[in-house]
Design a protein around this ligand. Structure first.
Ligand SMILES: NC(=O)c1ccc[n+]([C@@H]2O[C@H](COP(=O)([O-])OP(=O)(O)OC[C@H]3O[C@@H](n4cnc5c(N)ncnc54)[C@H](OP(=O)(O)O)[C@@H]3O)[C@@H](O)[C@H]2O)c1
Length: 291
């Protein structure tokens, strides 16, 4: 091939970026930011425009076809045993479809997630990995938000500090990784700028919302009973048991500088997110009062 002839295997730069988990906390934000930057997006999940089901690999090649790269969130969590097989297969399908890279969301220091990353990389396509801390949005919009809205944060975890991260930072790092080749194949630890215990997080929630959010440290058996009573699927109960019972042992307590490395600015602080969330909530309440 001469230097002037087109590389027939190079992905089309005008082709869409596939977002797997496009209705989720990070996927939704990644898709929004890409669209704002003028990048076409193919939004995929069970309920998105492009059907994608982790339990049905037969549909994956169609979702991947004609895309240039993909942002991938595995559900329910990259640490479950099924993730390695699924990620290995998706990465092989992506290489076959000619994608230039995958940007994969992971937790930090999780052996199960590391196996899934290894399986994806073994397929021979560049995989950029974002190892994120526990999301602040878990308590403001995710699974634990209803409990916090009721004035309680109750989890089976002790005085273990966590550098809680704002999902908006995760999404901005993901978009940079998708659009700038310099990040290709690298691994970034994406955390907030300082570590707090869950008790300290509850105190910050109380301070910014002006309503008490009481911290309760649960025993594991009590927590598991509560999750089952709340109707969480058994797979999610097991997942939370592993997360809080094994992985919250201090191994991930230190903040890391992935946001600074990729975005050239510090990560957002807990207070910034909580203040922003409290302001948005009060606007909703005022709006509702006026109607
Ligand atoms: N939460 C944290 O603190 C944290 C921290 C670090 C890393 N992570 C990682 O974040 C990932 C989850 O990302 P997220 O928080 O952005 O998503 P999320 O808010 O948990 O939402 C899950 C997404 O996956 C889709 N989904 C659920 N089941 C699916 C299935 N069977 N097949 C296809 N799509 C399915 C959902 O859409 P549909 O319902 O439309 O299918 C939704 O778009 C996990 O892999 C976890 O390891 C989480």
């Amino acid at each position: 091939m001469t230097s002037s002839s087109p590389d027939l295997h190079a992905p089309d730069p005008t082709a869409p970026v596939l977002v797997v988990g496009a209705t989720g906390k990070t996927g939704r934000r990644v898709a929004e930011r890409l669209r704002s930057a003028g990048v076409p997006v193919r939004a995929a999940s069970r309920r998105s425009g492009t059907p994608f089901d982790w339990d049905d690999p037969s549909g994956w090649p169609d979702a991947l076809a004609g895309t240039r790269s993909a942002y991938v969130t595995y559900s329910p969590d990259l640490l479950v045993p099924a993730a390695a097989g699924a990620l290995g297969r998706l990465a092989a399908d992506a290489r076959e479809a000619g994608l230039e890279q995958l940007v994969l969301l992971s937790g930090r220091n999780e052996p199960g997630a590391a196996r899934a990353v290894e399986a994806a990389r073994a397929a021979g396509i560049p995989v950029t990995v974002l190892e994120a801390a526990w999301f602040l949005q878990n308590v403001t919009e995710g699974d634990f938000a209803p409990m916090v809205a009721d004035g309680v944060l109750a989890l089976p975890v002790g005085e273990v500090p966590e550098p809680f991260v704002d999902v908006d930072d995760v999404a901005e790092v993901a978009v940079a990784a998708l659009l700038d080749e310099a990040h290709r194949g690298r691994t970034y630890q994406v955390t907030g700028p300082r570590s707090l215990t869950f008790g300290e997080l509850a105190a910050e929630l109380s301070r910014t919302s002006g309503r008490e959010v009481r911290w309760v440290e649960l025993g594991m058996a009590e927590a598991v009973d509560g999750w089952r009573a709340a109707g969480l699927p058994e797979e999610v109960v097991q997942l939370l048991g592993t997360l809080f019972g094994e992985l919250f042992d201090g191994r991930s307590s230190r903040p890391a500088d992935g946001v600074q490395q990729v975005l050239g600015r510090p990560a957002r602080d807990v207070r910034e997110h909580l203040a922003h969330h409290a302001a948005a909530q009060s606007q909703v309440t005022c709006g509702a009062t006026r109607v």
